[in-house]
Design a protein. Structure first.
Length: 185
């Protein structure tokens, strides 16, 4: 995974993967039929773990605003904890073959539906002023997934501090009651 994080999918050879884990190049095919399968395994594990983390965090709360806080917090923590895996998952979708891309996109869509449900319930209950749920979810995804591109464990802010600032940004943006431009379709 570290190689794909550093070099990208296309820049990482099967030979380099085998060398990094201390096996012969041909031995990698005992575990994976192709380099594509390595990438799919990384992405499937990453998305499944992220979904599980966020669903567990959201399940602890009943109010949409608390659920959104928990979802953002869990997502940011995940991006910080598993940043190489997250970065590869977020950036290498373009390298997937069509059938594999469809499977990963199904997982991503499942994940995004968690946020869609929270935003719709919060808007229906008057907690949020979301006029374009799809756009808001895309913005939240970009905000959270972007952490893996810049986060450094020895950096100025820790995962919890980043999460709290992101939560403030998100909630400030969707709880405003000021008039907005027409909904974008």
């Amino acid at each position: 995974m570290k190689l794909m994080y550093e070099l990208g999918y296309h820049g990482t050879s099967t030979r380099a993967i085998a060398k990094a884990v201390g096996i012969e190049s041909s031995s990698i095919y005992y575990h994976y039929p192709s380099k594509q399968h390595v990438l799919v395994d990384i992405m499937t594990r990453s998305m499944s773990d992220l979904i599980a983390d966020v669903e567990a965090a959201v399940a602890l709360h009943h109010e949409p605003a608390d659920q959104l806080r928990a979802a953002i917090r869990a997502h940011v923590r995940f991006e910080c904890r598993d940043r190489m895996q997250s970065f590869v998952t977020d950036s290498e979708v373009r390298a997937l073959e069509p059938a594999n891309r469809a499977e990963i996109l199904r997982l991503r869509d499942r994940y995004e539906r968690i946020f869609q449900r929270i935003l719709k319930e919060g808007t229906a209950g008057g907690q949020f002023a979301v006029h374009d749920t799809r756009l808001t979810v895309m913005a939240l995804m970009a905000l959270c997934t972007g952490v893996s591109t810049w986060y450094q464990p020895e950096g100025r802010l820790g995962p919890d501090e980043i999460a709290e600032r992101y939560i403030a940004l998100a909630l400030d943006g969707i709880t405003s009651r000021e008039p907005r431009a027409a909904e974008v379709k």
